[in-house]
Design a protein around this ligand. Structure first.
Ligand code: HSE
Length: 393
């Protein structure tokens, strides 16, 4: 595609679509122009000329002059249909739909191979942080041990506002929604589903293992209360929602859970909608990536970077899948946690071993102990709003 102008067909004109429009307009050096934008609701007022818009997806998918389809819609099923059809029609595709990608990675991998067209999705994982391309290009060996960090901007924004400005959860969430960081359904953010989709994608590029999102345990910040916040502050810690995938004894495990983070941890200073990713590899110890993880232009810039990469025929090679020595996925790992609850009948302490701390007051109780991740996945008692859990470092 060198030296030619790329014609883009875009699906969706929400926060990210508009962010892309803005970064594209303000970036002079890129040979790409928007030909059509497919939207759902033709009656919604739009900030740009109506001639850009269509409600007929085939005006993009069947237009031979459109080289690249950019998929930025909310509806997971429709997004998968659009991406599959575009790839089958020989078009390169760029997408930011983390849920759709995480739920369909094997099929999307297959479609790229069968149709010999690139599918890029850097914006799906940590918005502005170029983490997928780094995992693909730089860490193409088996020395990588872990990918760990903050990959949800909304929850990091909420936690920052709670810890730094004493805002209430509800006010901070409302702000994250107003700023365009949160998902249309914000429970995906606050219950940790969104970062789970992202870690599933990163796990494939880090280790070459396909994992279904439902195999990965996620627990968010929806049960956090003032008692937990005080617990963290008394220990000079903050709380961050951490997603991680890590090798262990030849296997790899992954989860999303809130962690107590000490001041010396690089993730401690990742604030607001920023994301931070720590990579651990054999000879380099830790490497740290940080950048905005949500918002229109931050995400739009990652989409633009993918479009620009297509100009030099970039595609993911998925080298680690091809190396054929992928670790198997496991949930058999021990975690040291703080478990807060109200009454003993609300939890099952028999699941815990090495309980090192016990606290009781008239209002709240907690224990610090070790539990297997598989037990947490099965623990119905974590659904109780009086029960919260934090992983300790
Ligand atoms: N809702 C997501 C977040 C948007 O807050 O990180 C970016 O993926």
């Amino acid at each position: 595609m060198e030296n030619k102008i790329i014609n883009l067909g875009i699906f969706g004109f929400g926060v990210v679509g508009q962010g892309l429009y803005e970064v594209l307009n303000r970036t002079k050096g890129i040979n790409a122009r928007i030909k059509k934008i497919c939207i759902k609701d033709p009656n919604k007022s739009r900030p740009i000329d109506s001639s850009y818009f269509t409600t007929d997806k085939n005006e993009i998918l069947e237009d031979p002059t459109i080289d690249v389809v950019v998929e930025l819609i909310n509806d997971t099923e429709a997004a998968f249909e659009i991406v599959s059809k575009a790839l089958r029609n020989g078009k390169a595709v760029v997408s930011a739909s983390k849920r759709m990608i995480a739920e369909n990675l094997p099929a999307l991998y297959q479609l790229q191979a069968e149709n010999k067209v690139p599918f890029l999705y850097e914006a799906s994982s940590c918005a502005s942080i170029p983490i997928i391309r780094n995992l693909e290009e730089y860490y193409d060996n088996d020395l990588l041990n872990a990918v760990e960090g903050i990959c949800n901007g909304s929850t990091n924004y909420i936690l920052t506002k709670i810890f730094e400005e004493n805002l209430s959860f509800a006010t901070a969430l409302q702000q994250a929604q107003d700023l365009g960081f949160a998902e249309t359904d914000p429970t995906l953010d606050i219950e940790g589903y969104d970062p789970k989709f992202k870690i599933v994608i990163l796990l494939l590029h880090a280790f070459g293992t396909f994992v279904k999102p439902e195999e990965v345990f996620n627990f968010g910040i929806h049960h956090l209360n003032d008692f937990d916040i005080q617990f963290a502050k008394q220990r000079n810690c903050t709380i961050k929602l951490i997603a991680q995938c890590r090798r262990q004894n030849g296997n790899v495990f992954a989860y999303v859970l809130p962690h107590l983070i000490k001041e010396h941890n690089l993730l401690y200073d990742v604030y607001n909608e920023y994301n931070g990713i720590l990579l651990e590899s054999a000879f380099t110890d830790k490497q740290f990536f940080v950048g905005k993880g949500a918002g229109g232009t931050a995400t739009g810039s990652a989409v633009l970077s993918d479009i620009s990469a297509l100009l030099y025929n970039y595609r993911y090679e998925y080298k680690k899948i091809k190396q054929n020595n992928q670790p198997s996925f496991t949930n058999d790992v021990k975690l040291k946690v703080y478990l807060r609850y109200k009454t003993p009948d609300q939890v099952d302490l028999a699941e815990f071993f090495n309980i090192s701390e016990k606290y009781e007051s008239t209002e709240w109780r907690y224990v610090v102990g070790t539990i297997n991740l598989q037990k947490l996945r099965e623990a119905g008692w974590l659904k109780n709003k009086d029960v919260n859990i934090l992983v300790l470092e």
